[in-house]
Ligand binder design. Structure first.
Ligand SMILES: NC(=O)c1ccc[n+]([C@@H]2O[C@H](COP(=O)([O-])OP(=O)(O)OC[C@H]3O[C@@H](n4cnc5c(N)ncnc54)[C@H](O)[C@@H]3O)[C@@H](O)[C@H]2O)c1
Ligand SMILES: O=C(O)[C@H](O)COP(=O)(O)O
Length: 541
């Protein structure tokens, strides 16, 4: 049974699939103080939050069993994603569940700002009739600067066009082609500042975007510009905004989000031309149901079928790609396990080459799988696909990926090279149509070995009788040989044998083999994901 903790007001209807699932129990408590969350979090496999709960490094450090942190919404700035990644916890969100609601809120705020609707409502309900005081401005034929042309920025731009506004869009990823398709102008920040009557921000809050709208930017804006922020507090420097409102340079601001929610910079609320809402962008019935469904399905998929759709700290791969890559993921893990056992040391450098059909594929998950397989040898079960790359970098190790058109005669090929000082271990592998996974290269030797659970690697002098002697020692110790592959560079020179065995051999058996004349090295290799011939003799890809 998987235990899920919900600490924010996430919609219950949207959580139905989780509530009703026989493998999940859900505890929902929106009143938990951070200290208490820290104390109980070790009991849970998954945590669901909106933006109220601050999922800090401290909470994450106590989350001994947590596999998933799910954000029922978009912004993950309330979650210490780095700490989660380090601990191997997947962070997922609902990237599109509240797009329309946030878009409509932005439009509502822009219209309210231009026509002083909240102020006029207040005045009128107070018994006044102040028609002159609340004269507004039209959106018609005005210029709207949209900073951040992602999902919400794009939807805002489309709707603002219905008001016949000219749209300037700024986003590092906005191409001329997309801008022209949308019927907007691609602009720089300076061009937006200089030409816009309204400016709306729709970027995430990251290091790069903190105080994007600051004193210097505001100084470049048109007099009487109006600002809208329904994205994140902190994108606008509230003190700089206040000063520009005081001076009359900025004609008004509509704010749904604030730097230190729920606190609002003193003075902003006293400005008659500032309208505010308490972070309501996503607060519609529809959006709340959608985001809760999204995270429920995501959690169920992660635990039940290992598939991930919207991870923040994992590469995104479609189900189709994941399906195609599945045999390679298994092979990658096996290659990593063989390589690291043969190196029997922490590598200094890792080289991975993908060739043949693999050069066309998204191999990011495969790379992670290989790195995970390597690190697990020394770091154990704390390594997973989420934290593998992070842990590698933390160890000061580098990895290098090469995509090579030369496929060594196989339709697909992957090769791992592990380096430690002057030692180098090379393992090459391929999926062979009709035969399945094969290890096809060990260091400089070409071989053809199925990656089974129990392998025996032997390096020896190429002298007569060696195969017989090894076979006889194994036979005497009741160890059946599945297959045996030999490789040599020259007659009488150095040679290798790779055997698949039906069971693991004891150390004394290995020692016996090692004592044979001409024997140079022997290593038993155990593959946790290796084929077990008895369980699946005919599983081929
Ligand atoms: N008020 C609310 O309740 C509410 C609801 C939903 C989303 N949001 C917030 O709205 C924002 C946008 O959400 P979205 O779903 O459109 O995200 P998105 O990821 O689809 O779009 C964000 C865009 O910002 C762009 N960007 C990043 N850095 C930039 C920079 N320096 N300058 C210009 N553009 C930059 C990205 O390229 C991307 O296209 C997020 O901060 C999200 O948290 C708020
Ligand atoms: O990033 C988001 O999705 C919005 O800020 C909504 O946040 P909420 O779920 O806390 O309303």
């Amino acid at each position: 049974m998987y235990k899920v903790l919900v600490t924010d007001n996430v919609n219950d209807e949207g959580l139905t699939k989780l509530y009703e699932h026989e493998h999940f129990t859900v505890d929902k408590n929106t009143e938990l103080p951070p200290k208490e969350i820290k104390e109980i979090i070790h009991q849970y496999d998954a945590l669901i939050v909106r933006n109220q709960t601050k999922v800090t490094k401290e909470i994450i450090e106590h989350a001994a069993n947590l596999k998933v942190i799910a954000r029922a919404g978009v912004g993950v700035d309330n979650i210490d994603v780095d700490a989660a990644t380090r601990k191997g916890i997947i962070v997922v969100n609902s990237p599109g569940g509240n797009t329309i609601s946030a878009t409509e809120h932005t439009l509502a705020m822009m219209l309210s700002l231009s026509r002083n609707i909240p102020q006029a409502h207040q005045s009128t309900t107070n018994g006044l009739w102040e028609r002159d005081k609340f004269k507004g401005v039209e959106l018609y034929q005005k210029t709207l600067g949209v900073i951040g042309m992602g999902k919400i920025g794009t939807e805002v731009a489309k709707r603002a066009q219905a008001f016949k506004m000219t749209i300037l869009g700024y986003d590092p990823y906005l191409t001329e082609e997309r801008a022209s398709k949308l019927g907007i102008k691609k602009a720089t920040l300076n061009e937006i500042a200089a030409a816009s009557d309204f400016i709306t921000v729709h970027t995430p809050l990251i290091k790069d975007t903190k105080h994007l709208i600051n004193e210097a930017f505001l100084a470049k804006t048109k007099k009487s510009v109006r600002l809208v922020n329904c994205a994140r507090g902190g994108l606008i420097d509230e003190h700089a905004l206040l000063a520009a409102l005081h001076s009359g340079h900025v004609a008004g601001a509509a704010l749904d989000v604030f730097e230190n929610e729920p606190k609002i910079t003193e003075g902003l609320l006293k400005q008659a031309n500032v309208i505010v809402t308490p972070h309501l962008g996503a607060s519609t019935q529809e959006a709340q149901i959608r985001v809760a469904i999204d995270v429920s399905e995501e959690i169920i998929n992660i635990f039940e079928s290992q598939s991930i759709r919207n991870a923040i700290n994992m590469p995104q791969t479609s189900g189709e790609v994941q399906g195609r890559m599945e045999p390679y993921l298994m092979l990658g893990e096996q290659v990593a396990q063989i390589g690291i056992q043969l190196l029997n040391d922490a590598p200094e450098k890792i080289d991975i080459t993908y060739a043949g059909e693999l050069i066309e594929e998204d191999t990011s998950l495969l790379t992670r799988t290989i790195i995970k397989g390597i690190l697990t040898y020394h770091l154990g079960e704390s390594v997973n696909l989420v934290n593998a790359i992070h842990l590698l970098k933390e160890q000061g190790l580098t990895y290098n990926i090469q995509k090579n058109a030369k496929n060594k005669g196989f339709s697909n090929y992957l090769e791992l090279t592990l380096h430690k000082h002057s030692k180098e271990i090379k393992v090459g592998a391929a999926i062979i149509n009709g035969f399945g996974a094969r290890i096809v290269k060990l260091n400089e030797y070409r071989i053809d070995v199925r990656p089974e659970q129990h392998l025996l690697y032997i390096k020896h002098q190429d002298i007569p009788g060696m195969i017989g002697q090894v076979g006889s020692i194994l036979g005497k110790n009741d160890t059946n040989i599945g297959t045996m592959q030999v490789g040599r560079k020259e007659i009488g020179g150095e040679a290798i044998m790779v055997l698949t065995l039906d069971k693991k051999i004891e150390q004394n058996v290995a020692d016996n083999i090692k004592s044979l004349i001409g024997m140079k090295d022997i290593q038993t290799l155990e593959l946790t994901t290796g084929y077990n011939f008895q369980d699946s003799p005919f599983i081929e890809v």
